[in-house]
Design a protein around this ligand. Structure first.
Ligand code: FES
Length: 99
């Protein structure tokens, strides 16, 4: 799976850098650095609900208030350094198909 954290101007102001750093920590903690590619992305088109994170190469996610299906995976809205681990554990980790 590829996780793309938006670093467009709006998301940048909302803390993209901290979100990327938090994702790095969480990927290390869950020992999935080798199977998840963490990248920065240009504007993902959902600026009002940033920080926006696109998870590509996954089965579609269930719809939740923060999660939206898209063509090649799902988008998570309103990500911040404080909720990265919870969102990762609930929305991303189960879709890595590690079993
Ligand atoms: S700046 Fe992040 S979605 Fe537009």
């Amino acid at each position: 799976m590829t996780i793309k954290v938006c670093v467009g101007s709006s998301c940048h102001l909302k803390g993209s850098y901290d979100v990327i750093e938090a994702f790095k920590e969480v990927l290390k903690k869950y020992d999935v650095e080798d199977i998840v590619d963490l990248q920065a992305s240009f504007c993902l088109g959902h600026c009002a609900r940033g920080v926006t994170v696109l998870c590509e190469g996954s089965e579609p996610a269930a719809h939740g208030s923060q999660v939206e299906e898209c063509e090649n995976g799902f988008i998570i809205h309103e990500v911040n350094a404080q909720n990265v681990e919870e969102l990762f554990a609930n929305e991303i980790y189960p879709k890595l198909n590690l079993n």
